[in-house]
Write a protein that binds this ligand. Structure first.
Ligand code: IVH
Length: 682
């Protein structure tokens, strides 16, 4: 490559990598795969090494992550938070080991092999054992203040456990104080796979976009302006290092991990010591074989020189230590063929193109279909019908078509266009070939109706057992139901006439439909399928408004008083109740005999007319449980303190809400007081 070409390419790589780093770190919405980013990064590193005259001080190769976002206060890290070099295969690790041994003049080095958890790194500062600050990595020097959010993560101790002395100190021994003056724990905030799946399902049910992978979900959850949102997300924390370390008793990574555990942190049980490179590769292999059965995502191993003295000797280069390396797993990708591209109609009418694939096993899971997201994605990746494509489980959970294998094209592939008509109702659709969102706007489109029925009857909504996908299809095909309220007019005779339905199962289904009339208000609100309203918001709305009539009459300002309800969600709820069609449906449901208010609001209760605000962390029960208890006794739960608040229940480490309560003279009670009032056992 001549120097003109190199200069152009370097400039292009620098700007592309900066853009992708911003998408990844600031917006939590990456456009390219990690492996692709790594490949571009390496190309830039190589080119800059060969043409140092074109390398600039602000090149992504000299920065870590991305600059902090503006809406969070900035935190300067005492000790910079570094990044890691990557090894893509065994041979790259062996080269690292050789460099290390050479620099140290040793035959073999003791390492520690840790799982590389796919989350976001965080520093948590303790003064005299008390949590005072938490921050993201940011650009490595300056991160974002996320203290209030991190406090809501259950794995993060609010106070360090004091060390106990277990031996008589000798005359010259260093003895660590039970609680250090300053302790800067560092580790990874992550979201385990199963809760991630559940949360995404809830978001999709509520018409929201799903997070691409657990890492994005964790990052998006932690970088929230309202800690209550973070608190509702299933986040966890593993500690693996510290910032500044004054303790002279700690001489190695293994000592440090032990100390982190003693202070009350979660430290991964998958961490293993390894003497020399061969043992490292063994441990790495073992980790790979455990990968599929772990409850969280790991994308490789982090291998660290164990001894701190040797670490100091090795030092660091501008962005990463010389004593550690990330040993990455190869991505779980397989090749297969796109047989067809079909279009699915969602509950809200959104049309989603889906690839029907020649079935292929990816990382142990059979993949037959993969979402193509939208037409723009298809164009960007240039995926054609008949293409051989690489398929991957994104975040290793949801199947995704990564790219077509262009070299395998034979000219018989066809370009896909969105249909002009809805595949279900054949009505014309709204959308242009260059637009992301395509919709079927026909409100009586059977495909939308089908999704509605399935959602309405689902476990977390009206919980009508026996009314799933197959039954919904049968009922719609037979013309038994044309709108949701028809469900409540179904008879045993009608249902037993359906394919493969006996009298007994028909009777059971009718009984389940009958029982669903008494589902709590929160379930009904969820079942209505209001855009952007999921299970959690539905519960908050139910407890704040007490009845569907009150909710329907609420203004956007009223709605915004509810925890987690911002302007967009408020408008969505408001609009829902402006629609004649929706109000008619609600009226018919009422006539069918559905309970449309909180049971207790109907029957009164000891907490009637009382409103509660919870703050800080509760010891005896979760906030959700406590809220349910209040509602079951006729009270209301609110997210913010006002003069109308009856009681603020302060758990440990209560923050601004407690201050607000004191300021307004609102009664503050402890968790135990609350339990006594509620007549619940502590
Ligand atoms: S140590 C100087 N240990 O990987 C060493 N990092 O690519 C700094 N990560 O920013 C990090 N698991 O977000 C370390 N056991 C582990 C890790 C780990 C995951 C992440 C972390 C870091 C990134 C570097």
């Amino acid at each position: 490559m001549d120097s003109g070409k190199a200069s152009d390419r370097i400039r292009w790589l620098q700007s592309e990598l900066s853009r992708h780093a911003r998408l990844y770190y600031e917006k939590d919405q990456p456009e390219i795969e990690d492996a692709d980013y790594d490949a571009l990064f390496r190309e830039l590193q190589d080119l800059e090494a060969r043409f140092p005259e074109f390398s600039t001080p602000d090149s992504p190769t000299r920065r870590v992550g991305s600059a902090p976002a503006r809406q969070f206060a900035q935190v300067v890290h005492n000790v910079p938070m570094l990044s890691l070099q990557n090894a893509m295969d065994d041979s790259e690790f062996l080269a690292f080991d050789e460099r290390v041994r050479k620099a140290l003049g040793l035959q073999s080095v003791d390492y520690v092999v840790e799982p590389k958890i796919d989350g976001l790194s965080c520093e948590i500062v303790y003064r005299d054992g008390v949590l005072v600050q938490a921050s993201t990595r940011g650009d490595g020097q300056v991160g974002e203040d996320i203290t209030a959010n991190v406090r809501t993560i259950k794995d993060v101790p609010q106070r360090l456990k004091a060390l106990s002395f277990n031996a008589e100190p000798g005359l010259f021994d260093e003895v660590s104080p039970p609680l250090p003056e300053l302790f800067e724990a560092r580790g990874e905030i992550y979201m385990p796979t199963e809760p991630f799946r559940q949360m995404n399902q809830e978001r999709l049910d509520a018409g929201m976009s799903a997070f691409a992978n657990p890492r994005n979900a964790a990052a998006g959850s932690v970088r929230q302006l309202d800690p209550a949102v973070t608190a509702s997300r299933p986040l966890r924390f593993f500690a693996y290092t510290v910032g500044r370390l004054d303790d002279r008793e700690i001489l190695s990574q293994r000592d440090l991990l032990r100390r982190l555990r003693e202070h009350g942190f979660q430290v991964s049980s998958l961490i293993r010591p390894a003497r020399g490179a061969a043992e490292v590769l063994d441990a790495f292999k073992r980790l790979g074989s455990e990968r599929d059965s772990l409850p969280f995502e790991i994308d490789g191993a982090v291998v660290k020189v164990d001894s701190f003295e040797l670490q100091r000797e090795l030092g660091e280069i501008s962005r990463s230590p010389r004593w550690a390396i990330a040993l990455k797993f190869p991505p779980r990708r397989e090749k297969t063929v796109v047989n067809r591209i079909v279009v699915q109609v969602g509950r809200t009418g959104v049309l989603t193109p889906v690839a029907e694939l020649e079935p292929v096993k990816v990382g142990g899971v059979m993949v037959r279909r993969a979402t193509l997201h939208n037409i723009q994605e298809i164009r960007r990746k240039d995926i054609r019908i008949g293409d051989v494509v690489e398929v991957q489980r994104a975040g290793d959970v949801i199947p995704e078509v990564v790219r077509p294998v262009i070299s395998e094209r034979d000219g018989n592939e066809t370009i896909f266009n969105m249909p002009d008509r809805c595949p279900s109702c054949l009505e014309p659709v709204a959308g242009r070939q260059d637009e992301i969102a395509w919709r079927c706007t026909n409100i009586s489109c059977p495909a939308q109706f089908r999704e509605h029925v399935i959602h309405f009857a689902s476990k977390r909504a009206m919980d009508i057992e026996g009314l799933g996908e197959r039954m919904a299809d049968l009922m719609i095909e037979a013309g038994l139901i044309h709108e949701i309220s028809d469900i409540y007019a179904l008879t045993v005779t009608q249902i037993s006439a359906l394919d493969r339905m006996g009298d007994k199962s028909a009777a059971k289904l009718v009984a389940a439909i009958e029982a669903s009339k008494r589902r709590p208000l929160a379930a009904l609100i969820n079942a209505l399928g209001i855009s952007l309203v999921g299970e959690t918001t539905a519960r908050d709305l139910a407890s704040n408004f007490g009845s569907l009539a009150a909710l329907a009459a609420a203004s956007t300002e009223d709605l915004r008083q509810v925890q987690d309800v911002g302007p967009i969600v408020a408008t969505s709820i408001f609009d829902f109740f402006q629609s004649r069609r929706n109000l008619d449906l609600i009226e018919r449901l009422r006539q069918a005999g559905l309970t449309m208010m909180n049971e207790s609001a109907a029957g009164g209760g000891p907490f009637e007319g009382k409103s509660f605000v919870f703050t800080g962390s509760l010891q005896k029960m979760t906030r959700d449980k406590a809220s349910d208890l209040v509602i079951s006794l006729g009270g209301k739960v609110s997210g913010s303190v006002s003069r109308g608040t009856s009681f603020v229940v302060a758990g440990s480490d209560a923050g601004s809400k407690l201050a607000k309560a004191r300021e307004l003279g609102v009664a503050v009670i402890s968790e135990l007081d609350f339990l006594a009032m509620a007549g619940a056992d502590a």
